[in-house]
Design a protein around this ligand. Structure first.
Ligand code: ADP
Ligand code: MG
Ligand code: ZN
Length: 658
């Protein structure tokens, strides 16, 4: 509700209260007279008072009027005697038993304030009425701050100035979204050729990685209106409101196509249905259903693209991800060292930076920062510079700002210090080297020490990256060996272990347990499926396994799991010891570059030094930007390589400027 309505409501309340108080006051003491105490006693003596109200401060006498009604005649005598117990004595002193017998005396609680206490229920009524009124207004959606476009609670922005150049790094994502931009610019071109453009694009990534920025950039590039709404805006107390808002939003968008609808925090409404505590048909579910209905209702290529952002795609209702809905997913990750440098440059564009500021260095020591953190960092630095009365932002300001931002971040997220970086690098290198060495492991596709939001510190991706669907005994053994690699590398190099490997250990244990209890892969236990039904949750395995076999068998299973993992641990240790120089090189490279791909891993496995790989990466940096897939696929595209070498000279010149 806005300020104006609030003020009006308060005025109404004030008028009501004053009016009511006035009425009540006049009712009680309207015609009464104030008298002295001795006068009052004289009236009592004569028997003209029929009823007496007494509290600690006032005595009020009521007499009968000609019609036989009680009316206040004498009021507010404040007797010197506040003590009620002495009242009886006082009345007795009137020495008129007749009067005393006829007199009705009522004591009222002195603390309540007789008038106000009678007002309390009235207040209640007024408040309830007021609340009811407010809710009705809210439900009707008539009084929100974004009245400009009616009742949807959405914000509409036309002519957004944001462009792809404002989003640094993330070249792959830009490329994918470029398609959407072109479609929005000229939908006809696509529909004439019968191309089906995704109606929904889901941006997935940790907070502050530029999801909102990306959505805006798409609208800006395409020059179309941008309707944005947050998932949490849909969630209201009253059933039906959210669904209604969705309908209104889509109706509005249809009148303004081509356009973009952006639903931020879609997880607020899009969580898997039936999983909530609210049970069956709650408000959230209705809202979600309405979103689905609306998205299905699009004519093909209607000119509306629905974009949504979430930091957890795994909790979304699968229905949202079906074809025709959010069938395009774009993952936006925390930037690595290169991305961070680019983001810093973008945000430094309109800030006076001292020429000796080196963005490379700043990028290096801000591992784990999101784009938003980096923007915040430059802003803090600007504030510090201004406070120091400087005309330019200098290195000192940046470094102080890093401290400041890090302190804020340490509490809520994972900022990676240089020491952490080394441990993470060895951990991930351990996985990667073993994946390459073990015959049955898939080849390594990407290794990174930048957190990927799944709770893991780093990430080693093998291709195919699907969830472990291992078939044979040897494949499973190799998987266990590779998964233990992180922990083993820590043991070998850091001479200590971190809790970072707990996820790995859980995976290893689960695989080993399945081998033994489901696939009959242990001679000791034989060809018996101890756990025949697939557990629904990992954690339940232990629960329902108890009932199926004896304590003795359970102990045997545990012993077998321990044996399998111990053997794998031994093998992993041996392999990493034998290939210690590769491990060291890879870890150093990871500290330096944070993310490496197939090609670099292959070079290292062939014995290249880390300097050689760095030289190779720097040489191909331009190509990577142009064709990020080249590195993953494992071959630099010739054509792009040429244009890249031109770019490289540009790179060098900018580096010199720093
Ligand atoms: P998200 O929606 O993913 O939480 P935002 O898009 O709201 O993140 O990002 C917040 C701010 O962080 C942006 O307005 C921008 O200033 C900055 N930012 C984030 N990522 C980038 C990036 N890749 N390039 C430039 N700025 C970025
Ligand atoms: Mg956002
Ligand atoms: Zn690991």
């Amino acid at each position: 509700m806005n300020k104006k309505t609030k003020t009006i409501i308060w005025i109404v309340v004030a008028v009501l209260v004053v009016g009511l108080v006035g009425i009540l006051l006049s009712d009680i003491i309207g015609s009464a007279r104030d008298v002295s105490f001795s006068e009052f006693m004289a009236y009592l003596q004569k028997g003209e008072i029929h009823k007496l109200y007494i509290d600690a401060y006032n005595w009020t006498g009521y007499a009968l009027d000609s019609n036989g009604n009680l009316v206040p005649v004498l009021a507010t005598v404040a007797p010197s005697v506040y003590d009620f117990s002495s009242l009886t004595a006082l009345l007795e002193s009137l020495n008129n038993p007749q009067v005393i017998a006829n007199l009705a005396i009522e004591f009222t609680d002195p603390n309540a304030g007789s008038i106000w206490s009678s007002l309390i229920p009235l207040f209640g009524v007024v408040l309830v009425a007021l609340m009811f009124w407010l809710i009705m207004r809210n439900a009707a959606g008539g009084n929100n701050p974004t009245m400009s476009i009616g009742k949807t609670k959405a914000h509409v922005q036309n002519n957004l100035k944001v462009r792809f150049t404002d989003v640094a790094g993330a070249e792959e994502e830009k490329e994918e979204l470029q398609e959407v931009v072109e479609f929005l610019k000229s939908p006809k071109k696509f529909s004439n050729l019968g191309a089906r453009i995704p109606s929904g694009v889901l941006l997935v990534g940790p907070p502050g990685t530029g999801k909102t920025l990306f959505a805006k950039a798409v609208a800006g590039e395409a020059g179309v209106p941008f309707f944005s709404v947050s998932g949490s805006d849909f969630v209201e107390m009253y059933v039906g409101v959210g669904a209604k808002r969705v309908r209104e939003l889509f109706d509005l968008a249809k009148k303004n196509q081509p356009c973009i609808i952006f639903i931020d925090e879609i997880d607020a409404v899009g969580r898997r249905r039936g999983a909530g505590l609210g049970g069956g048909h709650d408000e959230r579910e209705q809202t979600l259903n309405q979103i689905l209905v609306q998205m299905d209702g699009f004519e093909a290529n209607e000119g509306i693209i629905v974009m949504a952002a979430t930091n957890r795609a795994d909790i979304l209702d699968p229905a949202l991800l079906r074809p025709g809905r959010f069938d395009r997913q774009i993952t936006v990750n925390l930037p690595d060292v290169k991305g961070r440098e680019q983001i810093l440059r973008v945000h430094a564009r309109n800030k006076p930076m001292s020429p000796d500021v080196n963005f490379k260095t700043v990028a290096r020591i801000t591992a784990g920062f999101s784009g938003a953190d980096l923007a915040n960092l430059l802003n803090e630095a600007a504030i510090l510079a201004a406070r120091a009365n400087k005309k330019l932002i200098e290195n000192v300001h940046l470094f102080d700002a890093i401290d400041k931002v890090m302190m804020g971040l340490k509490k809520k997220s994972h900022v990676i210090t240089e020491a952490d970086k080394r441990i993470l690098a060895y951990h991930e290198a351990g996985h990667a080297v073993l994946a390459e060495l073990c015959k049955y492991c898939d080849p390594v596709h990407e290794v990174t020490i930048i957190p990927r939001g799944n709770g893991a510190g780093g990430f080693t991706m093998t291709r195919p990256a699907e969830d472990s669907v291992f078939n044979s005994y040897n494949e499973m053994l190799d998987d266990i060996c590779m998964t233990l690699g992180g922990r083993v590398a820590e043991e070998l190099v850091i001479k200590d272990v971190t809790q970072g490997a707990s996820g790995d250990l859980r995976m290893v244990t689960n695989t080993a347990r399945r081998m033994i209890t489901q696939y009959g892969m242990s001679e000791e236990l034989g060809l018996v499926a101890y756990d025949s039904d697939q557990p629904v949750f990992v954690g339940m395995e232990y629960g329902h396994s108890e009932s199926k076999y004896s304590q003795e068998t359970a102990a045997k299973i545990d012993a077998e799991i321990r044996r399998l993992t111990a053997e794998a641990h031994e093998r992993a240790t041996k392999l990493l010891q034998e290939n210690r120089s590769i491990l060291d090189n890879m870890a150093r490279l990871l500290v330096e570059k944070e993310t490496i791909y197939t090609e670099e891993v292959a070079m290292l496995m062939k014995g290249a030094s880390y300097q050689e790989v760095i030289a190779f990466m720097d040489e191909n940096a331009g190509v990577r930007e142009k064709d990020p897939f080249a590195a993953m696929i494992g071959g630099v595209n010739k054509e792009t390589a040429e244009t890249a070498s031109e770019e490289k000279t540009e790179d060098v010149s900018t580096d010199k400027q720093e």
